[in-house]
Ligand binder design. Structure first.
Ligand code: PMP
Length: 430
């Protein structure tokens, strides 16, 4: 396939933007090639600047559960343009989206709209600290919650659980109150709570991890989190930025029947426009300014364009049968890919929850960050390259999800499976 135009644009982009991109993983570094510059999208397809066509399994990293340019989203945006793009004042539309979120998510009684997932988690943790009067927070190794200083923390070395900054520029004292625990490990969490229980404001978790590849919670893990946090008076925060409105209309909390104190949202609720939200129990949310003392604000928060696109998305998702259809398509892709790998004689670890899939290039079952890291990233890169050459656009990293959308047709899924069959055969000896 020709890539000249993308290559030329990347040279220009690097002159003006660090690494040529506005978010690091877009640069394709993990797969050792230059990124594609995308010219447009339609349904499940994207087209690059060289005119190449791809079946898209990134979906803008999760928001596009209806695919690109869904007619109802486009219509909602057109209507919105007639009234204006931002007022910095309350609008009727915001009530509609807030109501839709509250009605959908069992754990959410009140919600505040923000502009990104990062803002949502950062604000939810400020609120949790204010509400409990405690400083420490617990996060899980391999979970990503945006790039706020105190969340950009990895596990300390060896047996220590104290977090260390995972980026220069994060001061050590920003890491000092963040405790990092292995995902799916209740024993480790319990021992932390035994030692620090009364200093911990909150545990934040991706109920299905999507940022170390896809890692489902083992049986009892989420229930255990609920029990332990309740016992010690800490808040349980579900980061449903990916899973919200994806795993079911009521998110992972509905799927696993867990009632978190606070929930973070993003991606799907903005229908492809910048958005985020945090919400939860009324008695906690009432502490947020101006109702309460916890400050948090945003010039463009709740802006009509993002709210309109989000509302249009939720309206489609709420129709009967949508999640069954998404599950059917996702199962089709999963089964086809798993069979193709088996046929090629490759033993790989597949994880899937609903429309979140991951093929780990390891024989080890992946249940946490350590096991995710057993994946052969060089082999993944070869697989990625082969898929791309065959017109299949996957996330350019082993540690991301494959997102299925309602726009993917059975035919496109079949084509993807055929491509995977060839890709697996080609990388067998790499
Ligand atoms: N939480 C989770 C679970 C995420 O996956 C992400 C982003 N992928 C974020 C938070 C941060 O969201 P944003 O990129 O919108 O700041």
């Amino acid at each position: 396939m020709p890539y000249e135009k993308s290559r030329e644009l990347f040279i220009q982009a690097r002159q003006y933007m660090p690494g040529g991109v506005n978010s690091p993983v877009r640069a394709f570094k993990a797969v050792g090639r230059d990124p594609l510059f995308i010219a447009r999208g339609e349904g499940a397809l994207i087209f690059d600047e060289d005119g190449n066509e791809y079946i898209d399994y990134v979906g803008s990293w999760g928001p596009l559960i209806l695919g690109h340019r869904h007619p109802e989203i486009i219509a909602a945006l057109r209507t919105c343009l007639e009234i204006g793009t931002s007022f910095g004042a309350p609008t009727r539309l915001e009530i509609e989206l807030a109501r839709a979120i509250v009605e959908a998510l069992p754990g959410v009684e009140m919600v505040r709209l923000v502009n990104s997932g990062t803002e949502a988690t950062m604000s939810a943790l400020r609120l949790a600290r204010a509400y409990t009067g405690r400083n420490k927070i617990v996060k899980f190794e391999g979970c990503y919650h945006g790039h706020a200083d105190f969340l950009l923390i990895k596990a300390g070395s060896g047996a220590t659980t104290l977090g260390v900054p995972s980026s220069p520029g994060v001061p050590p004292n920003a890491a000092a109150d963040t405790i990092v625990v292995p995902y799916n490990n209740l024993n480790a969490l319990e021992s932390i709570f035994t030692r620090h229980g009364h200093e911990i404001a909150a545990v934040i978790v991706e109920p299905v991890a999507g940022n170390m590849g896809v890692v489902p919670p083992v049986k009892g893990f989420l229930e255990g989190l609920r029990e332990i946090t309740q016992h010690y008076g800490a808040l349980l925060i579900f980061d449903e930025v990916i899973t919200g409105f994806r795993l079911s209309y009521g998110g992972a909390q509905e799927l696993y029947k867990i009632d978190p104190d606070l929930t973070c949202l993003g991606k799907i609720i903005g229908g492809g426009l910048p958005v985020g939200a945090y919400g939860g129990k009324k008695h906690i949310m009432e502490k947020v300014a101006p109702e309460g003392p916890v400050y948090q604000a945003g010039t463009l928060s709740g802006n009509p364009l993002a709210v309109s696109a989000g509302l249009a998305t939720l309206k489609v998702l709420k129709r009967p049968g949508t999640y069954e259809e998404l599950e059917r398509k996702s199962a089709l892709l999963y089964q086809g890919m798993a069979e193709a790998a088996r046929e090629a004689g490759l033993t790989l670890s597949f994880n899937r929850v609903g429309s979140m899939l991951c093929i780990f290039f390891t024989e080890t079952p992946v249940v946490d960050y350590t096991t995710a890291c057993t994946a052969d990233t060089r082999r993944f890169a070869a697989f990625f390259q082969s898929m791309l050459e065959q017109g299949i656009y996957l996330a350019p990293s082993q540690f991301e999800a494959v997102f299925v959308s309602l726009a993917h047709t059975d035919e496109q899924i079949q084509k993807t499976v055929e491509a995977a069959r060839k890709a697996f055969a080609a990388i067998k000896y790499t």
